[in-house]
Design a protein around this ligand. Structure first.
Ligand SMILES: *Cc1c(COP(=O)(O)O)cnc(C)c1O
Length: 458
């Protein structure tokens, strides 16, 4: 054994203690850490020939790379939709590495069963019916890709071809209809061979990011009975808007289509009794996408794909081999997911749900919604600032005086908060997304104060 590796084997408790102390400092200092950082090492370092051992690597990381890492786990990082990691989720994530399980099969370990329990918990958290099954994937991008891969196979069934054996060319053109689809839907269509051009945007309701269901009906009618894919949105990134999922699901009585719902963060509206109506009808979808590293506040990378078409899934993702076997009636995850070998990604989610339960996570969702609304109201009182949409959920979308990207940069330079610019229906805008379990009213006040200060010319 390499001497440094041997020394670390011997000194493992000390190394882990050092990492724990360091992690404690970082997490304890999140509130004061600049929310973003531009620090980068000056020079590239060559690959070490002889390593320096774990303890020295930790010190090297601390000085060389850590100063450049953002406080995205902290309470005032509002860019994109970025959750943090609850204490129990961090514990689960550490133990995922410690146990280093491969959830490929049930042959050697209960890890797959733990994952199944976690999937059921999240299904129940979101009030989805019992016939939904699912698997952990790296995030909503892979979840959308998986759902759309099932949709592709389902269309093949309707047309009498098997895409999984014959290839996508056997299918001919497929039409994918959506209102304000997330960019990852287009990416998934590119990967799946359906092509980005297969995505046909459907008109939105006036001033909204929600699909106009009459326009969708007309687009489906134009298909003349050819099966299609509808991607409905539960929580759009710009304004947190929702399609009318029940009205869309009703259209299946008239037209053949697969209904995929992208509820990456918006599906968590189900946790708040006063917002659950926004996701009414979610359980009528064929496939559902949710992200866990956003509003569930588990570390990256964690998302869930859910669907009620188990058999189709094993056909698309089946990974038959002499040593793994064939997908049976209750296939292993290796036959259900894009990956083969996979970490016990469910453990952080299992930990946080076990530790805080439905009530704990409902409180996070409700508090962040309330903070978004409060910040939205207070910012709209600043001269020249205008809400571009009502705060329906956890996202504030603003028109600001001047160039939003420039204001976003100046806001980031304060180190207090980080927001991302966007374009909303042609208007350059700024958006603030609240989803971190740590965010408090005091944080909300500091965020508003930064705007007041910068926009008063101060
Ligand atoms: C974040 C998000 C995605 C992409 O998710 P990743 O976790 O980045 O893969 C897809 N759809 C919506 C609505 C999102 O908010």
């Amino acid at each position: 054994m390499d001497p440094r590796l041997y020394a670390d084997l011997d000194g493992m408790p000390d190394l882990l203690d050092a990492v724990q102390d360091y992690a404690h400092d970082i997490l304890g200092g999140l509130d004061d850490r600049p929310v973003t950082s531009t620090a980068r090492p000056a020079d590239a370092e060559p690959l070490p020939t002889q390593g320096i051992g774990g303890a020295a690597a930790l010190r090297r990381f601390e000085t060389r790379w850590a100063p450049g890492l953002s406080a995205s786990a902290g309470p005032r990082y509002l860019g994109f939709v970025t959750g943090g990691a609850t204490p129990a989720a961090v514990a689960g994530d550490w133990l995922t590495s410690v146990f280093d399980q491969n959830t490929i099969t049930v042959q050697d370990s209960a890890a797959s069963s733990l994952e199944r329990e976690s999937v059921r918990w999240i299904r129940d958290l979101l009030h989805l019916p019992d016939d939904f099954t699912g698997a952990f994937v790296t995030g909503a991008t892979m979840s959308n890709l998986t759902g759309l891969a099932l949709a592709r196979e389902w269309i093949g069934d309707r047309l009498g071809v098997s895409v999984s054996t014959q290839g996508v060319a056997a299918l001919g053109p497929v039409v994918v209809l959506s209102g304000a689809a997330h960019s990852t839907v287009s990416k998934a269509l590119s990967v799946l061979g359906l092509g980005r051009d297969s995505l046909h945007p459907v008109a939105l309701l006036p001033g909204r990011d929600a699909i106009d269901v009459d326009a969708l009906r007309a687009a489906l009618r134009d298909q003349d009975g050819r099966p299609a894919i509808v991607v409905a949105n539960a929580g759009t990134v710009n304004t947190g808007d929702f399609d009318d999922l029940d009205a869309i699901a009703d259209l299946r009585e008239e037209f053949p289509f697969w209904l995929h719902v992208d509820g990456a963060f918006g599906a968590f509206a189900a946790l708040s009794p006063s917002h659950a109506h926004l996701v009414a009808g979610l359980g009528r979808a064929d496939s559902v996408c949710v992200d866990l590293h956003k509003w569930l506040n588990v570390p990256y990378d964690s998302g869930l794909q859910l669907s009620r078409h188990h058999e189709l899934q094993a056909r698309v993702f089946g990974n038959t081999s002499a040593y793994i076997g064939v997908p049976g009636t209750d296939p292993d995850f290796v036959h259900l997911t894009p990956e083969s070998s996979r970490r016990l990604r469910a453990l952080p989610a299992w930990f946080t749900l076990c530790a805080y339960g439905r009530d704990g996570h409902r409180e996070i969702v409700e508090r962040t919604i309330a903070l978004a609304r409060r910040v939205g109201q207070q910012l709209a009182e600043i001269t020249g600032v205008e809400l571009l949409a009502p705060v329906r959920l956890n996202i504030v979308c603003l028109k600001v005086p001047g160039d939003p990207a420039d204001l976003a940069r100046r806001i980031a330079e304060t180190g207090v908060t980080f927001l991302t610019p966007t374009v909303h229906h042609g208007t350059p805008a700024l958006r603030l997304a609240f989803s971190n379990w740590r965010t408090s009213e005091a944080d909300a006040d500091r965020i508003v104060e930064v705007f007041r200060h910068l926009l008063s010319g101060g």
